[in-house]
Design a protein around this ligand. Structure first.
Ligand SMILES: [Zn+2]
Length: 158
């Protein structure tokens, strides 16, 4: 962007802006490089900056809250952009269970939470490794016996 959308003048300068996000009883702050119009003062954040801030807060929550509150779980799910029933399906739990977690009526189990943490890491890294594993496991219905021809393995991205 070279011209200010608001006033039409050129002359956008790089500035550091302090972004704040409140989630699950905490306030997260981060310095983000934005552009500011020298004429009218309008500030332009880079595309997806706020979605990324949410994901980074979600990452912090998954790494620092071994037993998340329902509110924290819900925030992280939303940062991942996953509807409740979709995440429940991925984690192999009933949607009603996930609903109880989010309402704080039942503690979130450690392993599902660990998988949520992996989903957040993947999303930040722009990959789908954990999701692919979970989806494949949820769909796989191979015969229980018989011959299996193994495909050439595709190396996983690091
Ligand atoms: Zn302007």
């Amino acid at each position: 962007m070279r011209k200010c959308v608001r006033c039409g003048r050129s002359g956008l300068q790089k500035v550091e802006t302090e972004q704040t996000l409140t989630a699950a009883g905490r306030t997260f702050t981060k310095s983000i490089e934005a552009r500011r119009c020298g004429s009218c003062g309008e500030t332009y954040l880079p595309a997806l900056a706020l979605a990324r801030l949410e994901l980074e807060a979600a990452y912090w929550l998954t790494r620092n809250q071994p037993a998340p509150s329902g509110e924290a779980f819900r925030f992280v799910r939303k940062a991942l952009g996953l509807p409740g029933n979709e995440l429940a399906h991925l984690l192999g739990v009933a949607p009603a269970t996930l609903c109880r977690w989010e309402k704080g009526k039942m503690p979130v189990q450690m392993l599902p939470w660990a998988f949520v943490a992996l989903l957040v890491s993947d999303e930040l890294a722009g990959r789908r490794r954990t999701r692919d594993v979970l989806e494949t496991m949820r769909q796989a219905r191979p015969p229980s016996k018989g011959r299996v021809r193994l495909p050439d393995l595709v190396p996983e991205p690091t």
